[in-house]
Design a protein around this ligand. Sequence first.
Ligand code: FES
Ligand code: FES
Length: 151
Amino acid sequence: MNMTLTINNKKVTLDIKPDEVLLDTLRANGYLSVQRGCDTSSCGLCAIWVNDEVVLSCTYLTVRAANKNVTTLEGVQKEAKEFADFLADEGADQCGYCAPGFIMTVLAMAKELNNPSEEEIYHYLNGNLCRCTGYKGQIRAIKKYLEFKNN
Ligand code: FES
Ligand code: FES
């Protein structure tokens, strides 16, 4: 079946299956930043935005995105690079496996929360697992990034 949606500000019509999830649709159409890290909706690696809200694309049926705006890491390259520089400065980009979903979640948080506390940051990120960093460097990077954005 054909459906129309907007991906990274570009309107597209795609041939999809009724039970297809957005992760598979995006990857099949070249948005390879979107990746699968688990089978249990628990790692956050597949996080993207639908109408500016973070969703787990591994469990989001593509048909639900009809006529909505989908944003992947490919669509926010400038902001992603800006934040990634803070991650690098804090030694928080080790294997990088978690980065696509983590960065999408942090950028959404930066838009949504005004001056979040450390507890709010942890709460916002609790669906994004990282097997390497222990989160301390990531939290430092997020705080410095938010400070930078707010000044
Ligand atoms: S792939 Fe792990 S939450 Fe979607
Ligand atoms: S940096 Fe390796 S999983 Fe997060």
